[in-house]
Every structure is written in structure tokens, then in C-alpha cells.
Design a protein around this ligand. Structure first.
Ligand SMILES: C[S@@+](CC[C@H](N)C(=O)[O-])C[C@H]1O[C@@H](n2cnc3c(N)ncnc32)[C@H](O)[C@@H]1O
Length: 291
């Protein structure tokens, strides 16, 4: 089959789900990953024939896309902070907003002496933990998640450790039960977290490819207790942050003031809300008092 024909027929097959330019772009990503062709190959080499041995897996991938499965799960990877992270349906696909959290955390770490210690609560694919370990060599990072499948994905990330960068350590723990389990790590200079924060009530506005394919455990909190994870992050931070240490969390855009208030009430100082690229309240930072 010609590559151009696959792209044309595939785009038509995906049009019920995606605008045609997005559908073509998804198929090009697939062809780049599976065939090693370039985005411009269909234009520069219109007679490019898909090797027959490669066609079955390409058609199988197209079938998955036709069911609405996110392209990142089909490809098995997602780009984050300029790196290619392995993903599976056991983990949230890393989001661009979370790159902003990482950038803010990198700024904090660069202001600390080399060798800072970081705790990443609800680590998922490990995208935050790995990015911090790699962006600021010398940093030691512990990533925590309740899901063994997610931890397997986080541990499977495979990046060169240049300039003294250390691979994060990934451990299983229930973030919602901070005192209930032994945790032989810490103290930490920085605690970061992108926990589940979508209300059940917000499900109706969500895209089907998120609802049908991303793990519910990574997404939702009860409407009756939407800040439950932040309450626990405050408890972990109270116990494990060094005096003067910093916390940084990603939040539900509708709950900025309430989340900030939670950390203030828990006794943290310098509590501040920060916006994402879309001007939505997306992050809260706080500090543990120095004395
Ligand atoms: C929103 S995802 C964030 C994943 C990753 N940090 C990121 O930014 O892409 C939340 C993660 O929290 C984990 N999780 C849910 N409940 C948890 C709990 N009680 N204790 C620890 N981790 C939990 C999920 O398995 C999921 O990996």
C-alpha cells in the first residue's frame, strides 16, 4: 500500500473523531514512529510503498485510533519537557501544564546547593520526577504512587544519566494515608505533586478519549471532598519538608483560592497561586516556616 493512500484512507476513517488536519497529523506521527519516515515523505516521495511486513501493525494501530484511543497510548510514548516518556493505559498522559510545574520546580532547585532532595507525590509515569532529576543533575528524587502498574512504567523510563544525574527511586505508598506506612526517605527540600483533582461533576464536560482510556484513579476526586489529596500533601509536607523547604502542587482551576487557603490554614507560609499558559489558576506554591 502506498503511504499516501494509507494517509488518505486513514484520515477519512478518523474524521468522525478528529478534524482532518489533526487526523492526518496523528497518522503521520504513527508512520514516523513505526516506519521511520519523515513528515515530508508523502510529499517528497509520493510513490513510497509501505513495506508489506509493516502494514499489519500499522493497520492495527489505526483500528485503535478509530476507537478513540489517545495516540500516545497507541505509540507507547509521550513527549514531555523535550523527552520521550513511556506511557501505558496505567498512567496519565503527561500534560503541557505539568511542564510549567516542572519549570517552576527547576527554578527552585537551581537556587539550592547541588544535591537537593525532592519528593514527587502521585508520580504516575514519573514524568515530573525524571525531569527534575535530569534537568538539575545531582538532585535525588523519590516518586510515590499507589499503582504498581504506574510504578512499573515510571521505573521503565530509560534516559542517559549525564553530568551526575541520578535516576529517581520509585516507591509504592498511599498518599492519602501519610502516617499509616513506614516511609524511610526524607527529609526533602522540595515536595511536588500533580494529584488527581477532577471532580466527578466535571466528567460531563470531558472528552471521551480521556474518559474511556485514561485511568480513573489518576483523574477523579469525590465532589464531596475535592481537596482530599492536598490535605494529604500538606500532611506529608509538614512531616517531611525541611524547615524553609518548598511545596508546589498542580490544582483544579476552579479551586485555586480554596487550595491556597488549605495550605495557609495548615500553617505554611508564602502561599501563592500561579496561573498556567491559559491564564487559569493551575498551581499553588507554599513554604514551610524556617523555625
Ligand atoms: C494526575 S496523575 C499524575 C501523574 C503524573 N505525576 C503526571 O503529572 O503526569 C495522579 C497519579 O496519582 C496516583 N494516585 C491516585 N491515588 C493515589 C493514592 N491514594 N496514593 C498515591 N498515588 C495515587 C495515580 O495512580 C496517578 O498516577
Amino acid at each position: 500500500m502506498l503511504l499516501t493512500a494509507f494517509l488518505k484512507e486513514g484520515t477519512a476513517a478518523l474524521e468522525p473523531l478528529y478534524p482532518s488536519s489533526e487526523a492526518r497529523s496523528l497518522l503521520l506521527m504513527l508512520c514516523e514512529a513505526q516506519l521511520g519516515v519523515q513528515r515530508h515523505t508523502p510529499i517528497l516521495e509520493p510513490s513510497y510503498e509501505i513495506p508489506s511486513g509493516r502494514l499489519p501493525s500499522l493497520l492495527a494501530a489505526l483500528e485503535r485510533l478509530k476507537k478513540g484511543e489517545p495516540v500516545q497510548y497507541v505509540l507507547g510514548f509521550s513527549e514531555f519537557m523535550g523527552r520521550r516518556f513511556r506511557v501505558s493505559p496505567a498512567v496519565l498522559i503527561p500534560r503541557p501544564e505539568t511542564e510549567q510545574l516542572v519549570m517552576a520546580a527547576v527554578d527552585i532547585l537551581r537556587g539550592l546547593p547541588r544535591g537537593a532532595r525532592v519528593l514527587d507525590l502521585c508520580t504516575g509515569s514519573g514524568c515530573i520526577a525524571w525531569s527534575l532529576a535530569l534537568e538539575v543533575p545531582g538532585t535525588s528524587v523519590v516518586g510515590v504512587d499507589i499503582s504498581q502498574e504506574a510504578l512499573q512504567v515510571a521505573r521503565s523510563q530509560d534516559f542517559p544519566l549525564d553530568a551526575g544525574a541520578q535516576a529517581p527511586v520509585f516507591v509504592q505508598a498511599d498518599v492519602l494515608a501519610p502516617a499509616a506506612q513506614p516511609f524511610p526517605f526524607g527529609p526533602f527540600d522540595l515536595i511536588v505533586s500533580n494529584p488527581p483533582y477532577i471532580l466527578e461533576a466535571e466528567k460531563a464536560q470531558m472528552r471521551r478519549n480521556v474518559l474511556d482510556f485514561e485511568p480513573p484513579i489518576a483523574l477523579f476526586v469525590p465532589d464531596s471532598d475535592p481537596l482530599v489529596f492536598y490535605q494529604s500533601v500538606a500532611a506529608w509536607s509538614g512531616r517531611l519538608l525541611v524547615p524553609g523547604g518548598t511545596g508546589l502542587v498542580e490544582i483544579n482551576e476552579t479551586l485555586g483560592a480554596a487550595t491556597a487557603e488549605l495550605f495557609s490554614s495548615a500553617g505554611f507560609s508564602d502561599v501563592r497561586q500561579m496561573k498556567d499558559f491559559f491564564d487559569k489558576d493551575r498551581f499553588v506554591g507554599f513554604r514551610k516556616s524556617a523555625s
